[in-house]
Design a protein around this ligand. Structure first.
Ligand code: PLP
Length: 356
């Protein structure tokens, strides 16, 4: 498929301000769009100035939540080139989310080509300072203008991009997490594995409760017994316990993070024992009381590695220090060096955007 390019210089009248970047509130000059219609397939691939789009009020995606998304980043290397980290993994996961929400498959290689083109055009928006990056948001939603409940037959796929500071605070500063005992995020058989809007809408109420108590995010427990640990809002979770590293096993309700998978591999390469298994909050609390729990950290594209310095479960507050431990620091260094092109890419995880 050919990509139609409609270039416009500085269409929003905004420039990249590398000193004052938040997260997700400023967008680059252009966006990628393509359409799907049943019988015709994906077509009309185009790169156009970033601007509002027009939709019918009856567009199905607005009503029934048939939407999926991805989150990835572009990183500026010292030599000025732009890196992506395992981009095809994101597009494969997008297809797995599509499968669950009845959205037609996309061509992963073509989408990488489209993103490459978009970055060749808007590459100037990738910050020049290490640890700052350009967040990339591919997403798909149903557009059929009708309200009958059925899988949609028309969709839009778009990619928008937004400069991003480090996610929570500065680098490895730790965050405070609150264990959610009332609400649940996902259950087995549900759609917890998919990056789909509804999972996040359902989490907002807990987020407010946590923030009221001055906690950054919540840790979700399993949806049936509220016993087993699942994950954090947009991060998978790891514990360092008795010199071993433990992370909940993928069970259908946990989002299979690419940072999670990469972290497990990097840690095993470093000689650590990493176990993927079911683990309860009770085991964690007990290990904390017996001084066997040395670190907790989250992994995800947005935050990279985020040490958890305080974990609150019911009335119990567990404290683990402000700056993260040895394992989180090592992993943060390894991942960020790879992403920003300072480390040797032995695993072929890095895709560098070719010059036009
Ligand atoms: C995106 C996401 C993650 C992290 O996935 P990465 O591929 O590592 O960015 C973890 N949990 C949830 C719920 C997510 O949405």
């Amino acid at each position: 498929m050919k990509i139609d390019i409609q270039y416009k210089e500085n269409p929003q009248g905004k420039i990249l301000d590398e000193e004052n970047m938040g997260f997700g509130d400023t967008f680059t000059d252009h966006m990628f769009t393509m359409d799907y219609v049943e019988g015709k397939g994906w077509h009309n691939a185009r790169i156009t100035p970033y601007a509002p789009i027009s939709l019918m009020p009856s567009a199905m995606g607005l009503h029934y939540g048939q939407t999926v998304f991805e989150g990835m980043k572009a990183y500026r290397r010292k030599d000025g080139k732009i890196n992506l980290f395992r981009p095809l993994e994101n597009f494969k996961r997008l297809n797995r989310s599509n499968e669950r929400i009845c959205i037609p498959k996309i061509d992963e290689e073509f989408l990488l080509k489209a993103l490459t083109k978009l970055l060749q055009i808007d590459g100037g928006w990738v910050p020049h300072v290490k640890y700052k990056s350009l967040y990339i948001r591919p997403f798909i939603f149903a557009t059929d203008p009708q309200l009958g409940l059925r899988p949609a037959k028309e969709f839009k796929l778009m990619i928008i991009m937004s400069p991003a500071d480090t996610y929570y605070g500065r680098g490895l500063e730790s965050i405070k997490i609150f264990v959610e005992n009332e609400y649940v995020r996902a259950v087995r058989g549900g759609m917890g594995e998919a990056k789909t809007g509804g999972n996040y809408a359902g989490s907002l109420k807990s987020q407010i409760d946590a923030m009221e108590e001055n906690y950054a995010q919540v840790l979700w427990l399993d949806g049936v017994e509220r016993k087993y640990i699942e994950e954090v809002g947009a991060m998978n979770i790891f514990f360092v316990l008795d010199e071993k590293i433990i992370t909940p096993q993928l069970n259908g309700s946990i989002l299979p993070g690419i940072t999670r998978k990469s972290s497990i591999e990097l840690l095993r390469d470093e000689g650590y024992t990493v176990e993927e298994k079911r683990i309860t909050m009770e085991e964690i609390a007990k290990a904390y009381d017996e001084n066997r729990l040395t670190e907790i950290f989250g992994t995800g594209t947005a935050a990279v590695i985020s040490p958890i310095g305080q974990l609150k479960w019911k009335d119990k507050v567990m404290k683990l220090g402000d700056m993260g431990g040895e394992v989180a620091s090592l992993l943060y260094q390894k991942l960020t060096d790879l992403q920003w092109g300072d480390g040797k890419d032995e695993k072929n995880w890095i895709y560098t955007i070719p010059e036009e």
